[in-house]
Design a protein around this ligand. Structure first.
Ligand code: NDP
Length: 499
């Protein structure tokens, strides 16, 4: 019998995966073993693909693109595959949620919710596949008609991170498929399972062989090789700003492939004195603790009006103490395990720096005692100054830094005092303040009196060093297309050489 955690079976032996090229499973020679962050049992074994495996995956995606087995279909047929995939995800919801928990450490209730979002991504992209279109220019004079065609970019390389292995995958894949592109995916090595499981679900839904290919292995080897591969027309990368920068170099040094980058963030949450403080405190607690703060849009800088700062921090600290941290298979758990040992060290390192640099610890600040897994209590620092490392650097953990302001302009300056521009939120019952801040703070995603709300209909992406391009929504499909301008002569063109 498999060991049980809260009624969910932990695997007695690790599940072994091959990698997926041209509609077929292949066996790896060298294998990577993943231990679950919450129970420390070996849960999966995945292949360490070679550069030759990658070449074969790119070649399969190229054949599938060039012979138009996918791009040549009517949008309605591509939509059909995406809708059947959404249905497949409903059937496989529990299986996918379980592997997300086992590899990533996130709470099971959260994993289930994320899969519902993934289903919505496939359904939204299905609509977009049917609606994708160019434009026409009927104003070029009676002799000329113009139009723009939207054509798929070609073979897309997709590199995804470990914090939302399935969600980020599904915020990309259906939109890439809707555009008519084919792809080669490289998931983060520690969380590869659900990207591989999706291969079978797509195939069952009727996706032609060669359109979705998966290679596994480390970022430094197979990821880097993918960024440099001249057979890739566009690369979509989600992860750290440092690796995002190396993708830019790799593109420049290879074939100038188009890039979509979703990178780091140091996202502000601005609370005015006239906000509903209970509501805003709940939002702040959620914004920093969701997914253990391992979230590119985590609101990690609290910027609160000085007149209510002490009261607000007291309410917030009380709420943060009540967050249920622990075994991710417990359906009551709100915050699970830290996904990797190195991320755990990084977070604890920042907490130590915060203390050493003189910030005041209001709550948390310690790892939680546990006989299985790595857990950190959601942490709040007050009295943070802009030069401290916890104020400037992306921690990617449940650590919130609080700053105080006196005027609206000061709040805006503090919010923009970062190299990033991924997400922001503002809390105020005064529409003028809320709208002014929304206009003047640099961020690709904005929330007013709410946080992390929204679905796949709206585009996501960053300003500044948080990235290039947009994912999801209609823009998220257009991102994977290129525009061709076409001019058509009506009648006989006037000749250049006189007869
Ligand atoms: P990385 O940027 O290293 O990893 C993200 C993805 O890129 C993974 O699939 C990884 O593969 C791959 N990768 C790593 N190195 C290369 C490379 N040279 N070329 C191509 N692909 C590569 O993030 P980390 O996992 O190291 O996390 C470090 C920090 O990055 C975090 O603390 C956080 O600040 C930030 N981050 C931000 C994310 C976001 O959503 N914006 C997501 C993840 C991290 P593999 O893991 O197999 O090595």
């Amino acid at each position: 019998m498999d060991e049980m955690a809260h009624g969910v079976a932990l695997p007695e032996t690790p599940r072994e995966f091959g990698f997926f090229i041209d509609g077929e499973w292949r066996k790896g020679r060298d294998m990577f073993e993943r231990n679950s962050p919450s129970h420390d049992v070996t849960v999966t074994r995945t292949a360490r693909c070679t550069p030759d495996d990658l070449d074969q995956a790119v070649a399969a995606a190229r054949r599938a693109f060039d012979d138009r087995r996918w791009a040549g279909l009517p949008g309605a047929e591509r939509a059909g595959v995406l809708l059947r995939t959404a249905e497949g995800l409903r059937w496989h919801r529990e299986e996918i949620a379980r592997w997300e928990v086992l590899e990533n450490g996130k709470p099971i209730s959260q994993a289930r919710g994320e899969i519902d979002h993934c289903i919505a991504c496939f359904e939204t992209a299905a609509g977009a596949a049917r609606l994708l279109h160019g434009d026409s220019f009927n104003n070029l004079g009676d002799g000329l008609f113009g139009m723009t065609l939207r054509e798929p970019v070609g073979v897309v390389g997709l590199i995804t991170p470990w914090n939302f292995p399935f969600l980020i995958l599904c915020e990309r894949v259906p939109f890439i498929l809707a555009s008519g592109c084919t792809l080669v995916v490289k998931p983060a090595e520690v969380t590869s399972a659900t990207t591989l499981i999706l291969a079978d679900i797509l195939a069952e839904a009727g996706l032609p062989a060669g359109v979705y290919n998966v290679v596994t292995g480390s970022g430094r080897s197979i990821g880097q090789a993918l960024t440099e591969h001249a057979g890739i027309d566009m690369l979509s990368f989600t992860g750290s700003t440092a690796v995002g920068r190396s993708c830019v170099h790799a593109s420049a040094d290879s074939n100038l492939k188009k890039l979509g980058l979703e990178l780091g963030g140091k996202n502000p949450i601005i609370v005015f004195a006239d906000a509903d403080l209970e509501d805003a405190a709940d939002g702040a607690a959620f914004g920093i603790s969701f997914n253990t703060g391992q979230c590119c849009v985590s609101s990690s800088r609290l910027i609160v009006e000085r007149s209510v700062a002490a009261e607000f921090e007291r309410i917030l600290a009380e709420k943060m103490k009540k967050i249920r941290v622990g075994d991710p298979f417990d359906p009551e758990t709100q915050v699970g395990a830290i996904t990797t040992a190195s991320q755990n060290e990084t977070i604890l390192g920042y907490i130590a720096k915060g203390k050493a640099e003189g910030a005041t610890l209001l709550v948390g600040g310690e790892p939680l005692e546990s006989d299985c897994g790595r857990y950190i209590q959601p942490t709040l620092f007050s009295g943070v100054t802009p030069s401290m490392s916890i104020a400037r650097e992306e921690i990617f953990g449940p650590v919130l830094s609080s700053f105080h302001f006196d005027t609206q302009d000061e709040a805006i300056v503090l919010a923009n005092d970062t190299v990033y521009g991924l997400a922001a939120s503002v809390w105020s019952k005064n529409i003028d303040k809320a709208l002014t801040v929304t206009r003047r703070v640099q961020a690709g995603r904005f929330w007013v009196n709410t946080i992390m709300a929204g679905g796949p209909e709206t585009p996501t992406g960053g300003f500044r060093q948080s990235g290039w391009g947009r994912e999801t929504g209609l823009l998220g499909v257009e991102e994977y297309t290129q525009v061709k301008s076409v001019h058509i002569e009506i009648g006989r063109r006037s000749h250049w050489i006189s007869s």
